[in-house]
Design a protein around this ligand. Structure first.
Ligand code: GAP
Length: 509
């Protein structure tokens, strides 16, 4: 059985081989942590966007969307806190000259120790079949000892981070004996704060240029348009504004493929509510977002909530939805109760009153905000890595099948004439023409039918429609379902309704 790291490598190479994701600027040896989506990748990505947009904007009468510019007034990032505090602590190894995030070095160390405990417990559980009290006691002692170590490290770590005490963070790295994976040494520099925003100049040098930033999140474009949308759309609280768009972060440690990129996309929604009602809405959005994920048919055990114990100064509740990627459970989406921090700060910095007059209460107030923020690329990776399956079939042959939820699959169907003669290609083309206004369909006549099925399995096409001589006689085709490989015969005229019935999200209670 291949380990997770090997599987992850296979997933990355599959993404490239079949035109889902390419490294950016590859012919120039690539650009670190930047990726391009290929012909199939863009379809999957667009489908994810549409699925999210529909669930947010179309299905909620009190949520509207916007598309704000990437460049924004530089004061916005001062008001939001990004200029002063959007930092990662970095540390260099003097021997390898490699740069790391100090917090990630410590978190990885904690994760490894936790993993050690988990393995120890699993081993012990297996041995319980031949129960041995001495072994149980020694295992138990080791587990308790390691757990105490973790608790101690976690306490020191959060105290150091909370106090922004970079020397204490460095000392912890030294005390834990963390070595550079490249040089193997503990020859570390000081820890420094590094701002993650990309800066550029606007205006020509002669006229005097201003430093502006590539937005590190789409949320601020929503906050600064709060009044525009509320007034022009006559929106009544509670209401939401949604946006999908690019964000940019100069990540120090960009790794794990499209999990942590320097240019990525977010799907964010800010929901404006009455002060005092925010925690009720926080629970509502936690539940609504959980159902959205589960409606894709990915099992619930692949997700978990991670409530934040340490809250950002502006938040009064926050949770992450984590997904089990091939490299473990990691953040996929954040749900935050951001109080009235952002609107108040923009009021203060812009001098414009960003308030809402509530006709029911007959008073004005600065609304509180619940944010749902999910990375589009991370959602892609979650779905893509979950979908990847290697299967051995009954006849001993094998296939790679991408079990992408049908509603998100790049192509919904492939139309395949059994042979390249007897009028079958023409009939197949007719079917393509009939379906292509509603669905992305692909025509393929090259190679034996079995090989064509394999190609469609590998790109996640949920249905293969085969046209044979019987089609010409009675107008029926065979439809092969990707995951079960079962086939049924239906009337070609019913294909549209058939696909419509099959390509639906799961209903989740
Ligand atoms: N407005 C809130 C916000 O931006 P965040 O937790 O920093 O919160 C939200 O980001 C989501 O954006 C994350 O849960 C993740 O899915 C995605 N994301 C953040 N940084 C990313 C990166 N460097 N590459 C890919 N996705 C990223």
């Amino acid at each position: 059985m291949a380990n997770n790291e090997e599987v992850f490598k296979k997933i990355i190479s599959h993404a490239k081989e079949y035109g889902f994701i390419f490294p950016s600027s590859e012919i120039y040896d690539g650009l670190a942590a930047v990726y391009d989506y290929g012909q199939l990748g863009v379809e999957l990505k667009n489908n994810i966007k549409q699925y999210w947009w529909k669930s947010m904007v179309q299905y909620h009468e009190n949520i509207v969307g916007i598309d704000s510019a990437i460049f924004m007034h530089p004061k916005i990032w001062k008001a939001s806190g990004h200029v002063d505090a959007f930092n990662d602590p970095l540390i260099d190894n003097k021997d390898s000259k490699k740069r790391y995030r100090a917090d990630v070095l410590i978190e990885d160390h904690i994760a490894k120790t936790e993993d050690k405990i988990r393995k120890e417990v699993e081993k012990a559980a297996k041995r319980f079949e031949n129960f041995d009290e001495a072994m149980f006691r020694s295992t138990n002692a080791r587990v308790l000892e390691n757990q105490a170590k973790i608790d101690d490290i976690t306490k020191r770590y959060s105290e150091a981070m909370n106090a922004n005490d970079l020397e204490a963070v460095r000392q912890l790295i030294l005390d834990l004996g963390i070595v550079c994976p490249i040089s193997g040494t503990r020859n570390w520099t000081e820890v420094r704060q590094f701002n993650l925003m990309f800066a550029t100049q606007m205006g020509s040098v002669a006229e005097g240029s201003d430093t502006i930033y590539l937005r590190p999140e789409t949320a601020q474009g929503i906050f600064v348009n709060f009044l525009n949308v509320q007034k022009s759309g006559r929106m009544k609280i509670p209401f939401g504004i949604a946006q999908i768009g690019k964000a940019f972060r100069n990540e120090i440690v960009a790794r794990q493929f499209i999990f942590r990129m320097r240019e990525f996309e977010q799907m964010e929604m800010q929901f404006f509510v009455r002060p005092g009602e925010e925690l009720k809405w926080f629970e509502y959005w936690k539940d609504t977002r959980r159902k959205w994920h589960l409606s894709l048919g990915i099992p619930e055990k692949k997700y978990r909530f991670h409530d934040h114990e340490k809250l950002a100064h502006y938040a009064n509740a926050a949770t992450d939805i984590e997904f089990e990627f091939p490299f473990g459970f990691k953040e996929l989406e954040g749900i935050h109760s951001r109080t009235n921090f952002d609107l108040s700060r923009h009021s203060e910095f812009s001098g414009k009153k960003l308030q809402y007059f509530d006709p029911e209460l007959n008073e004005s107030y600065t609304p509180y905000v619940i944010e749902t923020s999910i990375g589009l690329d991370r959602t892609f990776l979650a779905i893509f890595s979950y979908a990847y399956h290697e299967e051995t079939l009954e006849d001993g042959s094998s296939r790679v099948v991408m079990k992408i939820p049908a509603i998100l699959a790049p192509y919904k169907a492939a139309v395949l004439p059994l042979v390249k003669k007897d009028g079958l290609p023409e009939k197949a083309q007719e079917i393509v023409d009939m379906l292509k206004f509603d669905y992305m369909v692909q025509y393929d006549e090259k190679d034996a039918i079995g090989r064509r099925y394999r190609r469609q399995d590998a790109i996640g096409t949920p249905f293969c429609i085969t046209v044979d001589n019987q089609t010409l006689a009675d107008g029926t085709v065979t439809v092969r379902e990707r995951d079960t490989m079962q086939q049924e015969r239906i009337l070609a005229d019913n294909l549209n309704a058939y696909l419509h019935g099959k390509i639906q999200p799961l209903k989740v209670e």
